[in-house]
Design a protein around this ligand. Structure first.
Ligand SMILES: [Zn+2]
Length: 693
């Protein structure tokens, strides 16, 4: 939902990315005129009329929240978004300069600079997009029109999945969760236009309202494509009815967080026996899978069983309606403006944006998402010095050693589990700033003035690149985020923590700031990613990245009892109104990550204070108080009600306010730093407090 990636990822890839939980999915514009660096903690951002022990988020951010407004083109605005906006400004300069070099003839094919410049320029050429009209989808529309019977459907779905990704399920290459040294194929559920299952099946008034708006939107898109009002209205209802069947057959997000629930390794012949109407060997090799492929992880077998029935139970005329909708929906950005405008008018109900992103920014994101590592070298040269990289590495190493000591001291964990946990921690790969080896784009062809063609060639290149991994050793130098990302991740299959250059900047990490603030912000972010290695999902993977249970039963039981406290705590939190609750199960991994990250970062600060001595208070705040202010200020966020509601339904990250008040109210260190008393809202009773680290 808030992912800054403009391309959707396959359904199972989505589940795996959920297993690669990020700190936050969006991230910034410091005015370029700013000449003096801002203070690490600006007192004007505080609201001291609110007691720190009552609501620390408001105490720390109330001043900023009151005087700031969300820019119209964004659905939310906070420290992540401000830094991201700033990084996007830098990437804009890079892609615009490349585009100018393509125009002048200075950048020539097949250089990366040519590809970046031509890709970006074609995307921003709105006049060319208008004059092409419906041509980008004409061949696929004809392919859909040519379907005559249910017997034609499997081969049509195969062709249309290859050309436009229209099948209501996805396949791709992925690592085997239980043998992380090899790539296999996966198949995952799909076919939903709304963000998740709940939007189709919930009887909530707000969900019914979304469905009503969705039907009006689908009808509007059909009308733009030339249908009569009556036909468009009927077709839109057909689309909702079919997608509701798909939703009923889908696995929900909370279940998908359990990697055991989505692990069903089988042969292609076994897959054929679950869903015989699609000839899977043909389908997979058409998508690019090697002919030698024998095994596949079918993430949701029940979904595919149901889909096999839908292929004949849903009338063929309705299937054709669905496929026309899927084509219009997926192509809206590459069709004339009236389609993109209608698409935005609907989707803003999830994002809360008031205006569409300007063309340069949409295209900057698409270019960075597609060719990010061809841009990354320039970006890093401008923003991330070797000295900054060395400093960041030292902080990460220090944090790993603090967690190492902490695990050794845990009184609830047995020695045998500790040995395994320490082996896992010591095996962490640490990636900082940017890849050691940049991605090879030599096989990707980009042409001047061909937006739709470039987009499709990129998709094909990307799929081929991914399928080619099957049967080969794993290249562990790869990154899943581009250097300007204001984000970070833990990848359980590679047992690695990754911090792009984009987040290693103020206010997350500021070389001019005191340790208190830096440990509270970047330190806790680093600790958060490390903790993902041991959250409810990450703890199921071992040091080698294999899904394998290495916990004693007693330790797992103790861990789960503490995790349940975190679930209960966050289930009780609401946003927007008293009826919209945070989903404690969906956000469990992230909340455990915050709790662990803050604890480890706090211990690292104490260690640093012991080694280097206590500095004088700054602005009247102790280093410990500045630690908590540092954490709170990176989460200051203004969010539209629409965006907040969509977030709690789909995002594994809790809303910003609760990412501050939730973990801090569990910490005796917070209580001590601010002199809070038992019974204060920021002090959870001992009997309810979760203790993991
Ligand atoms: Zn996370």
């Amino acid at each position: 939902m808030r992912s800054r990636y403009t391309r959707s990822i396959g359904a199972l890839a989505g589940a795996l990315i959920a297993a690669i939980p990020a700190v936050a999915q969006q991230t910034a514009a410091v005015p370029s005129s700013m000449t003096t660096p801002p203070k690490a903690i600006d007192r004007a951002n505080l609201d001291t009329t609110c007691a720190a022990c009552s609501d620390f988020y408001t105490f720390a951010n109330g001043g900023w929240l009151k005087r700031t407004a969300i820019p119209a083109k964004y659905g939310e605005w906070g420290a992540f978004d401000q830094l991201e906006d700033q990084n996007e400004g830098i990437v804009r300069e890079i892609v615009e300069a490349a585009a100018a070099d393509v125009k002048s003839g200075k950048a020539k094919a097949p250089s990366n600079r040519f590809k970046v410049g031509a890709f970006f320029a074609a995307c921003t050429d709105t006049a060319a997009i208008e004059s092409l009209g419906m041509k980008p989808i004409a061949a696929s529309m004809a392919r859909i029109a040519a379907i005559r019977s249910s017997a034609d459907l499997p081969s049509a779905l195969t062709a249309l999945e290859k050309s436009d990704g229209l099948a209501p399920f996805g396949v791709g290459a992925t690592q085997d969760l239980k043998d992380a040294n090899r790539y296999i194929a996966y198949a995952g559920q799909g076919g939903l236009s709304l963000p998740e299952k709940k939007y189709y099946v919930s009887q909530d008034t707000s969900m019914q309202n979304v469905r009503d708006k969705f039907v009006r939107h689908v009808a509007a898109m059909f009308r733009l494509d030339g249908e009569s009002d009556a036909a468009a209205a009927a077709d839109a209802n057909t689309v909702l009815a079919i997608e509701t069947k798909f939703a009923d057959a889908s696995m929900d997000r909370v279940t998908m967080r359990n990697p055991d629930a989505t692990y069903h390794l089988m042969t292609i012949a076994e897959f054929d026996s679950i869903a015989p109407r699609i000839k899977w060997a043909t389908f997979l090799t058409t998508m690019g899978a090697p002919a030698s492929l024998r095994e596949i992880n079918v993430a949701q077998p029940d979904f595919f069983k149901a889909m096999n029935g839908f292929l004949t139970s849903i009338p063929i005329a309705d299937w054709k309606t669905l496929l026309r909708w899927r084509l219009l929906n997926t192509s809206a950005a590459r069709l004339p403006k009236r389609f993109a405008d209608e698409d935005f008018a609907f989707h803003k109900i999830f994002t809360g944006q008031k205006e569409r992103l300007p063309a340069w920014q949409y295209c900057e994101r698409l270019t960075n998402g597609s060719l990010g590592e061809a841009i990354g070298e320039d970006y890093v040269a401008r923003t991330f010095s070797p000295a900054a990289k060395a400093r960041a590495k030292a902080i990460v190493d220090n944090m790993v050693s603090v967690l190492h000591d902490r695990i050794g001291q845990l009184d609830w964990m047995s020695d045998s589990t500790k040995t395994q946990a320490l082996a896992k921690l010591d095996a962490f790969t640490r990636k900082i700033g940017y890849p050691d080896k940049w991605r090879d784009y030599s096989k990707l062809e980009v042409r001047v003035g061909e937006y739709d063609g470039n987009y499709k060639r990129w998709n094909e290149w990307s799929a081929a690149r991914s399928w080619a991994k099957i049967g080969k050793p794993i290249d562990r130098t790869e990154w899943s985020m581009t250097p300007p990302a204001v984000n970070a991740y833990y990848n359980p299959l590679w047992n690695e923590i990754v911090f792009p250059a984009g987040i290693l900047q103020p206010p997350f990490y500021d070389p001019n700031a005191d340790d208190g603030v830096n440990y509270g912000a970047m330190g806790a972010v680093i600790g958060h990613e490390m903790s993902h290695g041991f959250d409810d999902q990450g703890r199921r993977f071992d040091a080698k990245g294999n899904l394998r249970d290495w916990w004693t039963k007693a330790d797992a039981d103790k861990y789960n009892a503490q995790a349940q406290r975190v679930v209960d705590q966050f289930n009780a939190y609401t946003i927007v109104d008293s009826t919209t609750h945070v989903n404690g199960r969906l956000t469990l991994g992230e909340n455990i990550g915050d709790l662990g990250g803050l604890k480890i970062a706090y211990l690292a600060l104490e260690k640093s204070l012991k080694e280097h001595g206590r500095p004088a208070n700054i602005d009247g705040f102790t280093p410990e108080q500045r630690f908590f202010l540092g954490w709170a200020q990176v989460w200051r966020t203004l969010q539209s009600d629409a965006g907040a509601k969509a977030q709690v339904n789909t995002d594994p990250h809790a809303p910003a306010k609760w990412r501050v008040n939730g973990p801090l109210s569990n910490m005796p260190e917070f209580k001590a730093a601010w002199g809070c008393k038992d019974g204060d809202p920021m002090v959870r009773p001992d009997s309810l407090r979760a203790r993991i680290w």
